[in-house]
Design a protein around this ligand. Sequence first.
Ligand SMILES: [Cu+2]
Length: 159
Amino acid sequence: MNVVTMNVMRHFAAAAMLCVALAVPRFAHAADPCQLEISGNDQMQYDKPSLSVPASCTQVTLTLHHTGKLPREAMGHNWVLVGAADFNAVANSGMGAGLANEYVQPGDQRVLAHTRTIGGGQTTSVTFPSSLLKPGGDYRYLCTFPGHNAIMRGTFRFG
Ligand SMILES: [Cu+2]
């Protein structure tokens, strides 16, 4: 058996085990419910008011696109996930953290996941374990660029 064949078999075995573990087969990327996408624009808007992932996702990947043209210093956007009760506190401390910290206070335990802060034409993503989330919990996402959270916010549902 050559190395390529062994690698293929190993991948197949790993994939088969993952399917058994989840009890639900995973299909193509476009249909993967654990992969989320959202866009921000130069009008300080996200394109989605809510996002949800099923409880079967052990990992969640969120990809943020900035569809505008303005630089991150002027119209930067990020995506920050928090428990609903922590929204205002994280929004305020994030603003103070500055662009050098992606507008997220370093080590802030209330931040469940966050992307970098990007400018027009850029894309970024974050992958995080769903073990941080409780099924049916009350979660929100926001952009912590100063002034943006008033409009750039949404509801996040897990499970
Ligand atoms: Cu923003």
